[in-house]
Design a binder for this molecule. Structure first.
Ligand SMILES: Nc1ncnc2c1ncn2[C@@H]1O[C@H](COP(=O)(O)OP(=O)(O)OP(=O)(O)O)[C@@H](O)[C@H]1O
Length: 302
C-alpha cells in the first residue's frame, strides 16, 4: 500500500518555480532516500507533504489525507527531524520529552523511558540538553519525533554534524524503529553512502524536478551498463590491455581493473585467472549509490 502519493506537484514562491511536475509514490513500511544537491527542493517537498505550505498545482495524498486540507491530521501521525534540533537546552532530556508528549496529548512515562533507553540516553535523562553532544541531541530529537508513535517519519539531513560513530548510531536506530514499529521513513540527504545501506528506494531531485526514482536494483540495471571489477591477483597478462578477450587496466603491481559487459562475465573471468595465478580479492567498484547519483545527475536519464 502507498502511504504517500504525489501527482504533478508544482510549487512556486513569488512566481519562482521551486518544484515542477513532481510525481511519486512511497510504499508503507519502507525507508526511502530523497537525494539532491543544495537548493533542489527537498525541504520544500517535505513541507508540502506535511501540509505546512500548500502546493501551487497538483495533488498529494499522505496516509490518505490531502495535506492542503488535513495538515493537522497528517502532522498528528508524522514525526519530523530537521537540522535545527528544536529542543529546549535549559531543560533535561526527560523534561523535553514530557513537554512534547503533552503537546501531542500522548503523555506516557513508559514510552518516554522506552525511547530514552532505546536511544542510549536513559542514564543522562536528568541532564540539561544544553550539555549534550551533537550526537546526543540528534538522538534526542529522533526520540522526540517518535514520541507519539508516528506512522511516517521525515528526516532532513539527520546525520549532519555527526562523526562517523554518531552517523552509524543514527542509521542503526532508524533501521530499528523501521523494523520494530513499522514506520515509513523519508530521509533527505546529500550524503549518499550513509543512505545506501538502509534505503530500499530513492528519489532524485534536481532543480525542482524529480529526475529519477526506483530501488537501487532498478537504478543499477538501468544506469550501470558495464561492470568495473578490481581484482587483486598475481596475473601478468602478456597484452597490456586485453586478457583473454576481457579489457583491463593495471591499477597497481597486483591490481587489475577489468571492464565487463555484465555480471555474468565475472565467474568465467575469475576461473580463467585462477588457472594461471592466485586471487586475493575481487570487487565491483562502480556500483555504489554515489556512482548512480552522478550518472543520474549527469543527465544519462531520459
Ligand atoms: N519560503 C520560501 N520563499 C522563497 N523561496 C524559498 C522558500 N523556501 C525555499 N525557497 C527556495 O526554494 C529552493 C529550494 O529550497 P529547499 O530548502 O527546498 O532545497 P533543499 O533541496 O532542501 O536544499 P538543502 O539541501 O540546501 O537543504 C531554494 O532556492 C530556496 O531558496
Amino acid at each position: 500500500m502507498n502511504i504517500i502519493e504525489a501527482f504533478d506537484v508544482d510549487k512556486e514562491f513569488n512566481g519562482r518555480s521551486i518544484l515542477k511536475d513532481v510525481s511519486f509514490t512511497i510504499k508503507e513500511g519502507t525507508i526511502n532516500g530523497l537525494l539532491g544537491p543544495n537548493g533542489a527542493g527537498k525541504t520544500t517537498l517535505i513541507r508540502l507533504l506535511n501540509g505546512v505550505i500548500d502546493a501551487t498545482n497538483g495533488t498529494m495524498k499522505v496516509m490518505n489525507y490531502d495535506p492542503k486540507f488535513h495538515g493537522d491530521d497528517i502532522r498528528a501521525q508524522t514525526g519530523i527531524v530537521t537540522e535545527s534540533a528544536a529542543l529546549y537546552h535549559d531543560m533535561s532530556a526527560w523534561d523535553n520529552l514530557v513537554f512534547f508528549a503533552k503537546i501531542y496529548k500522548v503523555f506516557d512515562q513508559k514510552r518516554i523511558s522506552y525511547l530514552l533507553e532505546q536511544f542510549e540516553l536513559y542514564d543522562k535523562k536528568d541532564h540539561l540538553v544544553g550539555t549534550f553532544s551533537t550526537g546526543m541531541k540528534k538522538r534526542l530529537s529522533l526520540a522526540k519525533a517518535l514520541i507519539h508513535k508516528p506512522k511516517l517519519l521525515f528526516l532532513d539531513e539527520p546525520t549532519n554534524g555527526l562523526d562517523p560513530e554518531g552517523i552509524n548510531d543514527v542509521i542503526q536506530l532508524l533501521k530499528k524503529v523501521n523494523e520494530e514499529e513499522g514506520i515509513t521513513i523519508l530521509i533527505c540527504s546529500h550524503v549518499l553512502h550513509q543512505l545506501e545501506t538502509i534505503c530500499e528506494a530513492f528519489l532524485f531531485l534536481k532543480e525542482g524536478r524529480l529526475i529519477e526514482q526506483g530501488t537501487r536494483r532498478e537504478l543499477e540495471d538501468k544506469y550501470l551498463s558495464e561492470i568495473k571489477l578490481l581484482v587483486e591477483t598475481g596475473l601478468q597478462p602478456a597484452d597490456p590491455r586485453v586478457y583473454r578477450g576481457y579489457s583491463y587496466k593495471r591499477k597497481s603491481p597486483s591490481q587489475l581493473e577489468f571492464t565487463l559487459l555484465s555480471k555474468e562475465q565475472i565467474s568465467p573471468l575469475l576461473k580463467e585467472i585462477l588457472t594461471e595465478s592466485w586471487i586475493y580479492s575481487s570487487e565491483i567498484t562502480n556500483r555504489g549509490l554515489e556512482t548512480l547519483y552522478f550518472k543520474i545527475r549527469g543527465g544519462d536519464h531520459e
